[in-house]
Ligand binder design. Structure first.
Ligand code: TYD
Ligand code: MG
Length: 462
């Protein structure tokens, strides 16, 4: 990694874009290993007009109260799960990043959204730097009829793309994958941190000055061969991640940042032979494969954005064959599972230190809300004792270090969701009981601490 003589270079983290003057093994910002690459330093003027071009006259600030409040007219993509994640539709002039693993279905989702947007009348331009026109046409065949106002372009040169957008002025534009775009002004290869940043800066300028909504596709890559979408999260208005198990058919679209709506909102889709289909009731979908009468399986509830989602927590506890117990956590935080097991051991006297523990949120879904704690704990207890938990029971609550079951937000909504899906009993934090007084037709079993919650498992059967 010797510096080329006379040329200034900088080292960038391909994962988060952290800059450094020298190479490092581990990125101090995102803690990823071996992600630093050397790139020529961008000329200072790239992307920004110089002070002389702008002219250095003073600007006139305005009073915040005088700024007009007109609501932007959002255009609907016609895919209601997608619209909800966006905060109610696409705002003109917004820059939206969709990140995800290769092959997860980003291009498919956007092509479907583009078709619906174009059907409503305005021109939509889909720019692909990855696939040929024929390949896109083949995908479109699977999705269905395409309207006349949906235009395709295969191009990777940023200058040409900018000119095309400026002359055609589409209402919506898609850039299928930012990592394939390149600007001639930057010396490094397409997909490098400087290229990806420059391309986004150019697109941002276009979106804001012409009022065009631009969707940017960004691949998440583990090996760091190209810069990940995280390096441009701060530049865009909305960041969505498309995730899910590639081998399972469902996909989750999650809003991580949204200047025009709430974050942590999720949209659930299923990949079918004819493109992505919406899953309007995710709880039903997540619980569809739940085994009846199996120990170690408990239904918990997590609030995702504005919606409660019921999910199945599975635990398998068995005696360890060797000295070192094995623990794994899929879909939830590994350290959290270790902590909850320590609390169980200390506060409830359940000896788990010589047991292997495997905890899994069924269906490959990932949820990190503390309200799922109680579900994890009770699934572990159920598997340890080999006693199944009632199929008609749902549980939620945060577990504290002294074994107390703490209140969580939006308890009433969670209980209502359980009731809607035909559950007959709920174990909930005692402090949340007052929020749920008015709910009829479902038994509420309040628990103050873990011992109380474990005792309530028996009551749920009655
Ligand atoms: P794609 O949108 O190309 O993924 P990305 O742009 O995120 O890389 O989706 C690719 C996968 O989806 C591919 O494995 C094929 C599958 N697929 C279906 O199962 N059904 C369909 O109707 C379509 C269009 C794709
Ligand atoms: Mg693609």
């Amino acid at each position: 990694m010797a510096k080329a003589a006379g040329k200034k270079t900088i080292f960038f983290c391909q994962n988060c874009g952290h800059e450094s003057a020298k190479w490092m093994g581990q990125c101090p910002a995102c803690r990823e290993w071996n992600t630093f690459v050397e790139e020529p330093a961008a000329p200072k003027t790239a992307g920004k007009p110089s002070a002389r071009q702008r002219g250095t006259t003073a600007a006139a600030p305005v009073r915040i109260r005088d700024v007009s409040m007109e609501e932007h007219s959002r255009s609907q993509t016609g895919i209601s799960e997608f619209d909800r994640v966006l905060g109610g539709g696409v705002i003109p002039g917004s820059l939206i990043l969709i990140g995800g693993d290769p092959g997860i279905g980003k291009s498919t989702l956007l092509l479907q959204a583009c078709r619906n947007l174009a059907e409503a009348g305005p021109e939509v331009l889909y720019i692909s730097g990855e696939e040929s026109l024929q390949q896109i046409r083949m995908r479109a065949e699977r999705i269905g009829e395409m309207p006349d106002s949906l235009l395709l372009l295969c191009e990777t040169d940023l200058g040409t793309i900018g000119e095309t957008i400026r002359t055609r002025r589409p209402a919506v534009c898609v850039i299928d994958s930012i990592q394939t775009m390149y600007s001639e002004e930057i010396a490094s290869a397409p997909g490098s941190v400087s290229q990806v940043r420059e391309a986004t800066a150019v697109l941002l300028q276009l979106a804001k000055s012409l009022g065009i909504s631009i969707f940017i596709v960004g691949h998440v890559t583990k090996d760091g061969a190209v810069a990940g979408p995280r390096v441009l999260e701060h530049m865009v208005d909305t960041v969505l991640y498309f995730e899910g198990d590639r081998h399972a058919s469902y996909r989750i679209l999650r809003a991580v940042k949204n200047r025009f709506g709430s974050t942590n909102e999720i949209g659930v889709f299923e990949m079918r032979g004819s493109g992505l289909a919406e899953v309007p009731n995710p709880s039903e979908y997540m619980l569809s494969g739940k085994p009846a009468g199996a120990s170690g399986s408990v239904v918990a509830c997590s609030i995702e954005g504005t919606r409660p989602v019921l999910l199945e927590v599975q635990a398998l506890i068995c005696r360890t064959a060797f000295g070192m117990p094995r623990r794994t956590a899929a879909g939830c935080d590994y350290n959290r599972v270790n902590l909850l097991m320590a609390v169980l051991e200390k506060r409830c006297g359940i000896s788990l230190s010589d047991c292997d523990a495997y905890v899994n949120l069924a269906g490959g879904i990932r949820m990190n809300e503390p309200a799922v704690d109680l579900g994890i704990v009770l699934a572990i207890v159920s598997s340890f004792r080999n006693i199944p938990v009632s199929d008609k029971l749902m549980v939620f609550g945060e577990v504290g270090l002294s074994g107390e079951v703490r209140a969580v937000s939006q308890a009433e909504q969670r209980v209502q969701e359980a009731k809607k899906l035909g559950f007959e009993a709920v174990i909930l934090p005692k402090a949340n009981l007052k929020n749920c007084r008015g709910i009829e037709g479902i038994r509420l079993l309040p628990a103050e601490n873990l011992r109380g919650a474990i005792a309530a498992l028996g009551q749920a059967e009655k």
